[in-house]
Design a protein around this ligand. Sequence first.
Ligand SMILES: [Zn+2]
Length: 321
Amino acid sequence: MNRRQTIPKHLRYTIMDFNRQFPDDAACLEHLKEQRFPGGIAHCEKCNQDRKHYRINGRPVYSCDHCGTQISPMAGTIFEHSSTSLRLWYYAMYLMASTRCGISAKQIQRETGVTYKTAWRMFRQIRSLLSETDMQLEGSAVEMDETYVGGKRKNKHGNRGMRGRDNDEKTPVFGMVERGGKGRVMAFVTPDVKAATLFPIIAERVLPQSTVFTDDYPVYDRLGMHANCYEHKRIQHKQNIYVMGDVHTQTIEGFWSLIKRGIGGVYHSVSRKYLQTYLDEYSFRYNRRDQGNLIFNAFLKRIVEREASPLVAADRGMTPA
Ligand SMILES: [Zn+2]
């Protein structure tokens, strides 16, 4: 059965809708301008007053009709300095937003016809829009868990005692997910899974007095004594107990399976360097899983929300590994 058919009509956004909304570069530029300057570009910095602005033919800029100062809606966004058609950028975002299990730079290359290097750069830039690791979790119950990603060894809970050399190739990842409410997830690449590393992440993002669910891994031992007065409930995985009433960590473990399936199925492997942006992309989609294909709109909104972010700037000029 085609999964797409199960998306309610009001949450559908198909390739037909995309083609209708964004038939060409001009439509994309107009959309971008409208996002950054709602109602149109009104103010001219040089004139220091409101002026009419006109689109300059053949160029992605708007010009003050009094002094000729030009404003580019692309300045400060991921599209700045890119010679790739804006519509291809939008289409690549559409592709990345429409998949449930992620797509690779290779697929963007195939679908858009740009070179691999360009596709890879677009892929990285679009991903850089999606980080939400600075948000605060809402709701009063949060599951948390740590895992290892990458490397050659199969990762199972039972392996956790066998750390050290065998796990050196694996990257530790820590995750938290809200119970109820919006059910949002956050995941972080961490240098290790010590309390000194994990507790500050928890304290910054989980409201005081929340109920927190973990397994019996010793790093969480002192979570119930935290200054934020968390109510700590633990499931005894060592005794092969996985659910006890509402005490479990199955939601966050479900998310771990999702990202590991994604890595295995789409990318084969993800290097430590890019793992955080991979987690960001998966979290972003997971957190909007009730929005159907309208996730594309959320991608488009991030262009403006994340403009001039240090991550975007730092990523410029990087070439494929
Ligand atoms: Zn002016």
